[in-house]
Design a protein around this ligand. Structure first.
Ligand SMILES: *[C@@H]1O[C@H](CO)[C@@H](O)[C@H](O)[C@H]1NC(C)=O
Ligand SMILES: *[C@@H]1O[C@H](CO)[C@@H](O)[C@H](O)[C@H]1NC(C)=O
Ligand SMILES: *[C@@H]1O[C@H](CO)[C@@H](O)[C@H](O)[C@H]1NC(C)=O
Ligand SMILES: *[C@@H]1O[C@H](CO)[C@@H](O)[C@H](O)[C@H]1NC(C)=O
Length: 199
């Protein structure tokens, strides 16, 4: 019963985010911004084992370089170092379209969480712990300027800032980076959701 209830909550959360997204696509002033949902997420129901971020491709005409290194920070935590240098002024107009996939039968399959967020707003509101970028490296926030390299180090997503009731499993979040409607890059983040067994 409890499990069923949790799945229903997950589906509802997915629908709420989907609804927020579809309203975001409709460019009217009455838009529901998914950030207003995302920045409220707090959970301590599950843990997140961050595995890595992989760059699928970068459009070199817009981004001079965007490098990631994932490494073990200690026995349990993986972190990334990243350097990004845009060739154009992105200002505050950098959006991310995020699609979640869940591993099932050795294949990542669509999981019903998809939304588009403005990166600068997400950073300001600490979505998934993005404020942690400020702890190491020289990234301080937007605007994102042309020919200005930004570095982030020892960062990993903050599980407590993720939506509650996500089922255990391995996930991949595909992020498409946009400047207005122009695609800049596609990256993938891999992580496992688990609940430690209480003995
Ligand atoms: C956008 O939303 C407004 C207000 O909800 C609605 O009146 C309008 O028909 C929508 N437009 C599209 C293209 O869906
Ligand atoms: C690993 O580092 C993270 C981040 O500083 C910390 O929260 C965690 O407790 C550490 N784990 C171990 C096993 O030291
Ligand atoms: C950030 O650090 C990188 C690498 O050290 C450097 O190339 C870049 O100029 C720095 N950016 C700023 C804004 O200080
Ligand atoms: C990550 O960045 C930190 C700070 O610049 C540096 O000390 C460390 O060696 C880097 N680690 C890797 C694996 O590149």
């Amino acid at each position: 019963m409890m499990v069923l209830l949790k799945y229903i909550i997950v589906i509802l959360a997915g629908l709420a985010i989907g609804e927020a997204l579809s309203q975001t696509r409709n460019h009217t002033k009455t838009d529901v911004n998914p950030i207003n949902l995302l920045d409220k997420f707090h959970q301590n129901d599950y843990k997140l084992e961050f595995e890595r971020i992989e760059m699928v491709y970068v459009k070199k005409q817009y981004i001079k370089r965007f490098d990631f290194v994932t490494f073990k920070y200690n026995r349990t935590t993986a972190v990334i170092n990243a350097t990004c240098e845009p060739r154009i002024d992105l200002g505050y107009e950098h959006d991310l379209v995020l699609q979640t996939y869940k591993l099932a039968s050795n294949e990542y399959r669509l999981f019903p969480i998809r939304f588009q967020v403005n990166f600068c707003e997400a950073f300001n509101k600490n979505v998934i712990g993005l404020q942690g970028f400020k702890r190491c490296g020289n990234f301080t926030g937007c605007p994102l300027s042309k020919n200005k390299a930004m570095t982030v180090c020892n960062w990993s997503p903050d599980a407590s800032r993720f939506p509650p009731h996500i089922p255990n499993g391995r996930y991949m979040i595909e992020a498409q980076g946009l400047f207005r409607t122009t695609e800049l890059f596609v990256a993938r983040l891999y992580a496992t959701v688990y609940r430690p067994i209480v003995v």
